[in-house]
Write a protein that binds this ligand. Structure first.
Ligand SMILES: *Cc1c(COP(=O)(O)O)cnc(C)c1O
Length: 423
């Protein structure tokens, strides 16, 4: 049995007839369920807010859907702040977690009333000069090393060991930064840490919460500062590979609650828990749908697609696994091991390497799973390729286009030539 899809071959054929391939399609129902699952897991915490990491799926229709479900956003650039504001968000519903930040970006975030999350102690000056020091400031902590209790140290495939992670400040810098900010008149404080990426351990958030809650208690004791927001970042993984199990999100929320009751409740401290999940929310609910364009039989067997790494670069960049379904052939026997490739002049432009698939034919439609986060948004234009469009699938089975495919006009819009560029 292949993995379940929220649409049928006939639906996909109809969408292909209307829009062509490749395209992304996002499952609105699936996104809703992921959000309500997270909210339910943390419903014990009055101030809980999921601030969706915009970079995962920066399409306004998706951000609006999430905002309508009570989510905020996590932003790192001017454009992500603009998309958040245009989706009706402001104030504490926007976390601004950036690094090597421009003055322009700080100003955009402060004007939006976003919670500024400083990546480094040196950023206090940069922020002050650019936009002044706001009432609320959060600080990003880097613990150097971090163990998910009961399992091996987190050396995530993407972020690696935290002592070589560029993000956040040390413990000493953290305490110093809080006292400087207090002197500068900051009234409300937060603490943030993201210690993993794509982590499937249910103990990850509880372990991280324990670390941060202890610092919250210590900061009050030593500096008299009451931290109001504890932001656990993103980083909960999804089962990309067959055989992997999804994270039990209710157990995650319960695990954080236990730490809260052990550490904060006795200290009489009340904080709002924030999460910045991206992948967990949209990852499994977005699919890259493409068509077979050709075959090669050389030293290996190749299936050529009309999508390229410009549409989904995770396999090329990280060697990431994405499950592939041949629509309508889910129950057919395996024919061979195929490299499934795009048309870039780069040999890493492969969606799968030596993947066992059934016999496919010209025009067959392939679905690349788990592409809803860090998929279209990591796209690029190498070889002058145009990135594909995005569809949103409603519960009633209808789709609407929420981003059209790129055109040559889009690609050429930034050229500066003498006179017109007539092509
Ligand atoms: C990328 C990122 C996230 C989202 O990560 P996921 O793996 O998609 O959950 C959250 N917070 C910050 C600061 C990030 O950089």
């Amino acid at each position: 049995m292949d993995r379940k899809l929220p649409f049928t071959l006939d639906q996909a054929k109809a969408w292909k007839a209307s829009y062509g391939t490749p395209f992304y399609v996002y499952d609105e129902e699936g996104i809703r369920k992921a959000v309500t699952g997270v909210q339910k897991a943390f419903s014990w915490n009055a101030g809980f807010t999921e601030c969706f990491a915009v970079k995962a799926t920066p399409t306004p229709a998706i951000i609006r859907l999430l905002a309508s479900l009570g989510c905020g956003t996590d932003c790192a650039s001017v454009s992500e702040v603009v998309i958040s504001r245009a989706s009706g968000l402001s104030g504490r519903r926007i976390m601004f977690t950036s690094n090597q930040t421009s003055g322009e970006a700080y100003r955009a975030a402060v004007v939006a009333g976003a919670v500024i999350n400083l990546d480094d102690i040196t950023q206090i000056d940069v922020l002050e000069k650019a936009a002044g020091i706001p009432d609320t400031v959060c600080l990003r902590f880097n613990p150097g090393s971090f163990d998910v209790s009961g399992s091996a140290a987190v050396t995530s495939p993407i972020m690696g060991n935290l002592s070589d992670s560029k993000f956040g400040m040390t413990r000493e810098q953290l305490f110093e930064a809080y006292s400087i900010l207090k002197q500068k008149g900051v009234k409300h404080f937060g603490i943030h840490c993201m210690a993993a990426s794509c982590c499937l351990e249910a103990s990850y958030y509880p372990s991280l919460a324990e670390l941060l809650f202890n610092i919250v208690a210590e900061v009050r004791e030593k500096l008299g500062i009451v931290i109001e927001i504890v932001d656990l970042g993103g980083g909960i993984g999804i089962p990309y590979r067959p055989g992997q199990e999804p994270v039990d999100i209710l157990a995650v929320g319960q695990g954080v609650r236990e730490k809260y009751e052990q550490i904060l409740v006795p200290a009489g401290i009340d904080v709002a828990i924030y999460t910045e999940l991206g992948r967990y929310i949209t990852g499994p609910n977005g699919y890259l749908v493409c068509s077979v364009r050709g075959f090669k039989h050389i030293y290996r067997e190749y299936i050529g697609l009309d999508a390229t790494a410009c549409d989904l670069m995770r396999p090329a960049m990280y060697g990431a696994y994405h499950h592939i379904t041949v629509l309508g052939k889910e129950d057919k026997p395996v024919a061979d091991a195929f490299d499934v490739c795009g048309g870039l002049c780069e040999n890493n432009d492969k969606f799968a390497v030596e993947r066992f698939l059934p016999q496919v034919e010209m025009g067959d439609m392939l679905v690349i799973h788990d592409a809803g986060a860090h998929g279209r948004s990591m796209g690029y234009n190498y070889n002058g390729m145009l990135r594909c469009g995005e569809l949103l699938l409603s519960a009633d089975g209808s789709v609407r286009m929420i981003r059209r495919p790129e055109s040559l006009d889009d690609l050429f819009a930034t050229f500066d030539v003498d006179g017109d560029f007539n092509w």
